[in-house]
Design a protein around this ligand. Structure first.
Ligand SMILES: [Zn+2]
Length: 329
């Protein structure tokens, strides 16, 4: 049961959190998580255990409550998510939570609310939640999951007990992804995922580790003036995931900047160090830095696929101008 409900790197932490919560129940937990390390899974395991009819350390998975939970239809469990990616959680949604908590629990026990990601609540929404955080009522557990708790209102944060959820260690991530069938691509997937195992799994599923070689060859060819930026941008667009693309580009630029300063430790992609070395001498540091800033600046537009072809062309053209030799083309 443990394996099904929690990721391997979460089990001992979960036990600590559960014991602390059993001894001194808090009505609101702020769970600080890192992207790709499966925080949502742990929050849901806590919710399920709180609602389970059996008194076990981990939800039994068999009782009526667990069955409803797993089916996503438990009447005493409410999840608050943004309506769409990047959208805020608005005050109407929080009013739903308040209404939900004013009713009796259908199972006569706990009511649990999961807000994910909590930092997505806008100010009105967060303010509407304050009173509930102060007086949640009996047998109520609010779980606020957040990758950026500093973006939450301080008044919300201070009313929650904060826990920092564990990340998978490099070894755990490697072992786990290998077991998921990562094979020879495991290491590269984790490099691209900045060591986050679930992100690595998603990249593997989308064939990104293999595609990385093509993308890297494109970058080198652009830099050496051997490929046309417009054509390259069209290929990049056809891959359909400009955010991942821009993230990998950012990792390479960060690596190149480090190599230019003679720092070859802690690279995102250590397997490319020989390429970095031969490239970095012919790259102007200011242009590399300007490109990195542009990458950060266009992320939101890339996420919304606004003027995608144009943006990718701009990036490809920028790479073609990294060179010390070429002037502005
Ligand atoms: Zn159960």
């Amino acid at each position: 049961m443990t394996q099904a409900l929690l990721w391997p790197w979460q089990t001992s932490f979960y036990e600590r959190l559960r014991q602390a919560h059993a001894q001194r129940p808090a009505h609101a937990l702020l769970l600080q998580t890192a992207a790709g390390h499966g925080g949502e899974q742990l929050a849901r395991a806590l919710a399920m255990q709180q609602l389970c009819r059996q008194d076990e350390a981990l939800a039994c998975g068999h009782c009526r409550s667990c069955q409803l939970f797993l089916a996503g239809t438990h009447p005493d469990f409410l999840t608050l998510l943004p309506e769409e990616a990047e959208a805020p959680i608005k005050v109407d949604a929080v009013r739903q939570v308040v209404g939900f908590l004013q009713q009796r629990a259908q199972f006569g026990g706990w009511r649990v609310v999961l807000i994910d990601p909590a930092e997505r609540m806008n100010v009105q929404a967060a303010n509407a939640l304050l009173k509930t955080l102060e007086e949640p009522g009996e047998q109520v557990l609010l779980l606020l999951l957040s990758e950026r708790p500093s973006d939450l209102l301080a008044t919300v944060r201070s009313r929650c007990q904060t826990w920092i959820l564990p990340r998978a260690s490099g070894e755990q991530a490697q072992e786990w992804l290998q077991a998921q069938g990562g094979g020879e691509w495991t290491t590269i997937a984790l490099q691209m995922a900045r060591a986050a195992p679930l992100r690595g799994q998603a990249l593997l599923a989308a064939d990104w580790p293999r595609r990385r070689s093509t993308l890297w060859a494109d970058v080198q060819a652009l830099h050496q003036g051997r490929r046309d930026a417009i054509a390259v941008a069209a290929t990049w667009k056809s891959w359909g995931d400009p955010l991942t693309l821009s993230d990998v580009l950012a990792q390479w630029v960060e690596d190149l900047m480090r190599c230019q300063r003679g720092l070859t430790q802690d690279l995102h992609h250590p397997d490319l160090v020989a390429d970095y070395d031969s490239m970095s001498v012919s790259i102007q540091a200011e242009r590399l830095h300007a490109f990195w800033q542009r990458l950060i600046a266009v992320r939101r537009d890339l996420a919304g696929h606004l003027q995608l072809q144009l943006l990718l062309e701009t990036l490809a053209l920028d790479i073609a101008r990294w060179s010390r030799r070429g002037g502005l083309r």
